[in-house]
Ligand binder design. Structure first.
Ligand SMILES: Cc1ncc(C[n+]2csc(CCOP(=O)(O)OP(=O)(O)O)c2C)c(N)n1
Ligand SMILES: [Mg+2]
Length: 185
């Protein structure tokens, strides 16, 4: 499957649920597929979206909170999986676009290209609902199940790197304030 197909499948399934996107391609594809108030884009802060998403999920337990991470970024914050397992936010859905590379910086192969299994690590960390998918149909099925059933979920999607949308030009602070306001209603 491709990341942009996965992003569209996710957008088709949300109304006001927050989506917090990793820096680089995950943010570019989300912005291009559907900019919306409840999207939080990240720039520069590599490795942090799973932790940001955990915080958001714990403070907004009444909504599903979606995070779209990258393999390289999650690899530099693996402890986050154990913290998610420990805090156990039922509403958190952590999606990992695993393209087996640091695409943003030139496509250097990550550890998942030589066998590191992020879904296996998530399971061993104690995350109760883990799915590893490589087709859009299986991804949509996992998303639908994650929308219906308590998590926390970790869905690792094996994606082909087919290029990505242009880097969005936006005001980062305005994005943060707009995102925060979606919790005030
Ligand atoms: C601490 C830190 N190290 C390195 C970078 C440079 N950097 C930005 S994106 C990126 C690659 C991210 O890889 P991944 O999470 O797999 O996402 P992909 O680009 O493959 O979608 C790197 C190395 C950074 N922003 N911050
Ligand atoms: Mg990657």
């Amino acid at each position: 499957m491709r990341r942009d197909e996965g992003v569209r499948a996710l957008l088709d399934r949300v109304t006001d649920e927050p989506i917090i996107a990793n820096l680089g391609p995950a943010t570019a594809d989300l912005f291009a597929a559907g900019d919306r108030d409840a999207n939080f884009y990240s720039f520069g802060g590599m490795g942090l979206v799973s932790s940001i998403g955990l915080g958001v999920a714990m403070t907004a337990p009444e909504r599903k909170v979606y995070v779209t991470d990258g393999d390289g970024s999650l690899l530099m914050n693996l402890g986050s999986l154990a913290t998610i397992a420990r805090m156990r936010p039922a509403n958190l859905v952590l999606i990992v676009w695993d393209n087996h590379q640091w695409a943003e910086t030139g496509g250097q192969p990550t550890h998942t290209s030589t066998g590191t299994d992020l879904a296996g690590i998530a399971e061993a960390a104690g995350i109760p609902r883990v799915a590893a998918v490589s087709t859009i149909e299986a991804f949509e099925e996992a998303l639908d199940q994650a929308a219906r059933e308590d998590g926390p979920w970790c869905i690792v999607a094996d994606v082909e790197e087919e290029g990505r949308a242009a880097r969005p030009i936006l005001d980062i602070e305005a994005n943060l304030l707009r995102f925060r306001r979606t919790f005030e209603a």
